[in-house]
Design a protein around this ligand. Structure first.
Ligand code: GDP
Ligand code: ADP
Length: 205
């Protein structure tokens, strides 16, 4: 059976995960980014089907009801979810998949695929996190305040992750992310050879 590795990247809003993942994808053609569904409004410059599939709450709840999400969560008053069909299809084809999801989604994915590799990105400090959210210029003051207030609660889940990367210097953090991906691929290939039964998630129809 051919199966890819599942990478989960989580971080508080503003830590730099989108920037880091974007750089990783540009350099590593073997990893595919799953495009989540969200009820959040698109930011300036975001395109439907590129950063996210933007849908309304009714559509999201209907998809959730039909079991179409491999995982979903409510984060900062918006719903986010990963398409189950898309994820399973790509992984069965042998693609390495990367999910940029929050800690709640990470917990749900680990229950289904304990071999998933999870990476948590930390900002150097809360003050720097706030500066980065301001610098990004995509959110109102009210939204920034809510994201900063939520960051500590999200960071309490850091110990649940396999790798922790502090995104202080971007190039250093990218190097660590690439090293984590490389190490996990090797470990995953060895595990898969020894314990094919643990990949039952990929065998479900
Ligand atoms: N559980 C889950 N969380 C998601 C998903 N997509 C995005 N998120 C998380 O939702 C949070 C907010 O994302 P977003 O609105 O894009 O803001 P940003 O993190 O500041 O770029 C982040 O923690 C994301 O990782 C998803 O499909 N599932
Ligand atoms: N290492 C870094 N040093 C300084 N600024 C950074 C760094 N990494 C990301 N940023 C900037 O911080 C802001 C938030 O980054 P982003 O990738 O959107 O975060 P997230 O996806 O985690 O919310 C962006 O303006 C980005 O350019």
């Amino acid at each position: 059976m051919i199966a890819g590795t599942l990478f989960i990247v989580a971080a508080p809003s503003g830590a730099g995960k989108t920037t880091l993942v974007g750089r990783l994808m540009a350099e590593d053609p073997h990893v595919q980014h799953s495009i989540s569904y969200t009820t959040r409004a698109p930011r300036a410059g975001e395109q439907n089907g590129r950063e996210y599939h933007f849908i309304d709450v009714q559509q999201f709840l209907a998809m959730r009801e039909r079991g179409e999400f491999a995982e979903w969560a409510e984060v900062h008053d918006n719903f986010y979810g990963t398409s189950r069909v898309w994820l399973e299809q790509r992984m069965k084809e042998g693609c390495d998949m990367l999910l940029e999801i929050d800690w709640q989604g990470a917990q749900q994915m680990r229950r289904q695929l304990p071999e998933a590799v999870s990476i948590f990105i930390l900002p150097p400090s809360i003050a720097e996190l706030e500066r980065r959210l301001r610098k990004r210029g995509s959110d109102s003051e009210d939204v920034i305040a809510r994201r900063v207030a939520g960051a500590l609660g999200e960071m309490r889940h850091v110990h649940e992750f396999d790798f922790v990367i502090i995104n202080n210097d971007l190039d250093v953090a990218l190097g660590e992310l690439k090293a984590a991906v490389r190490a996990s691929r090797l470990r995953f290939a060895r595990q898969r050879a020894r314990h094919p039964d643990v990949f039952r998630f990929l065998d479900q129809d």
